[in-house]
Write a protein that binds this ligand. Structure first.
Ligand code: ADP
Ligand code: GN1
Ligand code: MG
Length: 365
């Protein structure tokens, strides 16, 4: 959903955080929050308004964020990591020492130190970069493996409950609130026919094959900042969905966003295929970063995970298209439909490549 924020509000909010802003302009390509780059006469900052129709309990979310960033920082310092300030997000507090500010409209804002000299890329094509990015996400998960603070809140309940995602999709198809189902009957029918696949990872979790861990849950490649000079993956960002989950979710979204030959919202998905060298680099990097903590099943089911989470995303994107584009930010009509079509094409492509990809994954254990 594209929300309206009064033009001078970001500057005003930055002042509430004790900054002396010269300007605040929209920044980054995220689909969820409103992100601004705030320039001051000194350092720049990132200001974000939390999307409260997606995150209905922003205060709990901010509690999680404080706990997670402090834990990760402490672990990095204990590891003797260099340049720690660029390897973990740092919240800037208000003069009253609050991690967030609630404005007159009831909207929740936060400020981060800006991590300079690093960029998030919507598309990565070099396997060596993909390896490093995936390694950073695997490492991020391993840094949280010994988290022993208060249980993290579920910032979006049942976020990756793929059976619920299926059911929500079936519900919006049934209701057809803006009359779009007829135009996309083929995609709808294909997706409604994939219930078995949708539930497959959750069944393994219910059987105890896959354990619950603390996971990032939104590991698309653009959620890691890559150093502009060294190409090193510096900092995992977008921590709003860090909460209990399956480790495979975090590999899977890397696969979904990185192991594909076309952009997520490409208007023509017909030529889409799996980018096999990218898949291999992502798998290798993720497992290397996660280290020894993962069980054999968590290392072996990478391809299935990629299929299931890409399918989940197809339900979500097509569901949003059918609902009238109320969830994801869009910049043009039909964007969610295009996004859904690339996801469907990627699930099919992953299934075609499955034997070869599984054989590769087996070599990594
Ligand atoms: P969304 O939830 O909308 O995806 P993100 O938290 O991912 O929002 O932020 C959007 C983009 O802003 C990121 O992809 C990244 O490019 C940039 N960004 C976020 N935090 C920082 C930071 N502390 N320093 C530099 N860039 C950042
Ligand atoms: C959203 O916030 P962003 O743009 O990194 C979404 C993810 C989707 C992704 C698809 C909280 O991620 O779940 O996988 O778009 N985040 C939320 O591009 O719904
Ligand atoms: Mg993001």
């Amino acid at each position: 959903m594209n929300r309206i924020v009064p033009e001078d509000l970001p500057v005003h909010v930055a002042e509430v955080f004790g900054l002396a802003p010269v300007s605040a302009r929209r920044y980054g390509g995220g689909h969820i929050n409103d992100t601004y780059l705030v320039q001051t006469s000194g350092r720049p900052y990132i200001l974000q308004r939390i999307n409260d129709s997606v995150f209905t309990r922003p205060v709990e979310l901010m509690e999680n964020l404080g706990l997670v960033t402090r834990h990760v920082r402490a672990r990095l310092e204990a590891e003797g990591a260099e340049d720690v300030d660029r390897r973990v997000l740092t919240l800037v507090r208000t003069p009253d020492r609050a991690d967030f500010h609630v404005d007159a409209y009831g909207q929740v804002w936060r400020v981060f130190e800006f991590i300079g000299g690093a960029t998030s890329h919507e598309v990565i094509t070099a396997p060596v970069q993909a390896y490093k990015a995936a390694c950073a996400f695997g490492h991020f998960q391993s840094l949280l493996a010994d988290y022993d603070g208060p249980r993290l809140h579920e910032t979006i309940p049942r976020f990756h409950d793929t059976v619920k995602r299926y059911e929500d999709f079936a519900t919006v198809v049934e209701a057809d609130p803006v009359g779009r189902v007829a135009e996309v009957r083929e995609e709808v029918d294909w997706l409604l026919g994939r219930r078995e696949l949708a539930g497959s990872m959750l069944r393994l979790a219910a059987e105890g094959v896959l354990p619950e861990r603390i996971t990032h849950n939104d590991t698309k490649l653009s959620n890691v900042l890559i150093d502009d000079v060294t190409g090193e993956a510096m900092c995992v960002v977008d921590l709003d969905t860090v909460m209990p989950g399956l480790s495979l979710y975090d590999f899977a979204d890397l696969c979904r966003s990185g192991a594909t030959t076309v952009a997520e919202d490409a208007p023509d998905a017909s030529g889409l295929d799996v980018d096999v060298p990218m898949f291999q680099a992502l798998a290798e990097g993720y497992l290397a970063g996660a280290g020894s903590a993962l069980l054999p099943a968590e290392r072996e089911l990478l391809v299935l995970a990629g299929e299931v989470m890409t399918l989940e995303q197809a339900y979500r994107f097509l569901g949003d298209h059918l609902a009238g584009d109320t969830y994801y930010q869009t910049s043009r009509p039909g964007q969610n439909l295009d996004r859904a079509r690339t996801q469907i094409a990627l699930v099919k492509a992953l299934q075609r490549h499955e034997p070869a990809l599984n054989a590769y994954v087996a070599t990594l254990s």
